[in-house]
Design a protein around this ligand. Sequence first.
Ligand code: FES
Ligand code: MG
Length: 580
Amino acid sequence: MTTAPENGSGRRSAHWFGAGGRSGMIYRSWMRNQGFSDEVFDGRPVIGIAVSGSELAPCNAHLSRVAESVKRGVWQAGGFPLEFPVMALGETVLRPTAMLYRNLLAMEAEELMRANPLDGAVLLSGCDKTTPGLLMAAASTDLPSLMITGGPMLNGKFRGEDIGSGTHVWKFEEEVRAGRMSEADCAFAESCMSRSNGHCMTMGTASTMACMAEALGMQPAFAATWPAVDARRYAAAQRAGRRIVAMVEEDVRPSSIMTREAFENAIRINAAIGGSTNAVIHLLAVAGRLGVDLALDDFDALVREVPTLLDLMPSGRFLMEDFCYAGGLPAVVAELGDLLHTEAPTVTGEPIGAAARAGAAECHDREVIRPFDDPLQPAGTGTAVLRGNLAPGGAVVKQSAASPHLLVHRGRARVFDSPEEYYAVADDPDLDVDADTVLVLRNCGPVGYPGMPEVSNVALPSRLLSQGVTDMVRICDGRMSGTAYGTVVLHTAPEAAVGGPLALVRDGDEITLDVPARRLTLEVDDAELDRRRAAWTPPRPHSERGWTRLYCDHVLQADRGADLDFLVGSSGHEVPRESH
Ligand code: FES
Ligand code: MG
């Protein structure tokens, strides 16, 4: 039986709900069991609302309430909203790391968007991996889509001090280990840090990616920064519901929003907000889905003239709530001015520079959002991309989170094959490290861990902490939490587990880090490295089956966004074959 559309709308959804005969009856009849009346099948745009929330993903647990606001807007505009769950990735709870599952979420959401009778989608995300995962899905279906992130938690408040998610966990851990804070006070601080729904309120990965969604044009202006509990977030969600219906009518697709210009804007805005290094990997992965020509080195070249404007933790003092009240991302866009492609389109139909041009992007707090000519950190101190014989595929270092005196440094390597191996001896008072030691931590990459977790910023050895040392050079093939800080070389590619040079480092080797020259050098000659390489054997696979097997067999290195090789690109949103 064919399912030629009968309601004549020509939309994708008409191939289901507008179909004649037995098939049409099947598609409609079972939907009716939810109490929908006839009009929903009249050819109106069907809008899927992808909800990446669950009680296991605390940062996204409120997204079903945000979905209710989106639905109001969709109904108002004459659309038919249908909420559907997608993988909820909780950064804090998932082991071995939520990053192992970002591509699985992207794959799941892509397939659901294509296989269902949807004409457009609203993507609800929050916690770190949910935003890039859903953007990747939208890119690969190229179905009209917009994003609403769930918003940050309210500022943490501990004994009169603002405390930030993540950032203060690292700080308190150090205080306790150095004997300056009691275990009891630390336990009390735990409940002071997470006071409302929402994602981390530092400029960690979630806030960064929410800002990236707005910077790319996929999320409406101001929507990255309203706290999760702010009524204006819900009003924005309702407006988004109305807007997606219009986007379907105008056929506004992700590929027309997320252009090379949009990525250039995002990369520069990420530097201005002091955003997470994880944005590098996620933006590369999204760009790969769209066929946008973006490379790791763009992240270095594009940010050299961009100062850090935002004084937010972990690089600075304030939190997302302060950023919101200070003017939100449009105020940063206004400040960057001509450094951005201000005409780049966004999902609202207005270009990214519209709020600034209309005078609606004022800054209300110059302590939080600094002026371009009096920035928090001068231009050229953003994320740097390093190359050299230790990182032929590149590595990154977040200069604003690093110690200036370590940006040019030569020291002897102390090598650990896993974080567990390091932590087993980290408190040993006789550990053979000093302030100049370069701590090498390997097998933390996409294949190595697996999933490339945020373990690179290992806490300093007790011995150094007790000497008052606050930072040391660490080099790793893993990632670092966006809420963390330290002179940590990240994303070293290729990773050790696939035979990258990091696998060849031995205790006592000299390593030179030269951030101004963008070099990372293992001071061992090629002949010796060749000998070591010949003797190297790959680690045993983590799993012979399941997702971990599929992931490890196909994951690309960090410099390609750690997507799966067969997920790069787009399959569009053609209506699949009949199911009955
Ligand atoms: Fe979910 Fe930080 S843990 S946003
Ligand atoms: Mg994180």
